[in-house]
Design a binder for this molecule. Sequence first.
Ligand SMILES: [Zn+2]
Length: 269
Amino acid sequence: MRFVCIALLLIGGWGCSALPTRPLSLPGRYTVVREPLVVYSDFPIEPHHRLLDELVARRGDIRRVLDLPYSDERVHVYLFESTDRFNRFMRLYHPNMPSRRAFFLETDTRLLVYAQWGDRVAEDLRHEATHAYLHAVVPNLPLWLDEGLAEYFEVPRGYGGLNRENLAAVLARMERGECNPCLRRLERLVPTDDMSHDEYAEAWAWVHFLLHGGVGGDAVLRDYLADLRRDAAVEPLSHRLGLIVPSPEEALGHHVRQLAAITMLPTTQ
Ligand SMILES: [Zn+2]
């Protein structure tokens, strides 16, 4: 989940009269710096906690897979010790945001991640940190691609971006005849749209197809990102993909079914 260019009341002071007399503050008793991450919490975290090691390494993965440069821009990660505190904080300062376990926010000056410590904190932080790493070097990333890449890189390292939850969701909809993948439809989503779970899963599937479909989609994706770094007004990725794959939707369906067969998910075909 990402939110871009949201004015944050909480950064820089509590002077607003609308705020409560006892503000619910951000975590900050402890700070761990693992470039480019600055992690704030109210409970101690080992500087070389394996989760932080993985998050730092993930930046290198993104650089290698997508052929993107590093950025020196810091990513500020606020870790809430409980779901209750996280939810109270979000309700107070971001009441219009949908209910989620974690968020990435981009302001004019900072890249921010809010997350709650819990069973899925590793997945959540990999997802949100991916948004931050991407936004640091690729402006104007389309919503579907931003989320598709975050879903791809949220799985543990060594999984090759195989997000079983999304694979099962896309496959199940295909088998029921409900899924009609269409990259051009995803490309019409605007930054303020709230993507559905099915759209997240389909965005992941397109990214996985581009990177592992064996049709040259990886080069198309890397070239697209490189062009997007230079100019926001580039032609849609679907147009470029259509030049090398006659029927991208059909090819995606084949890729998903093949992936399901390899990973032993049940299919009807
Ligand atoms: Zn996201």
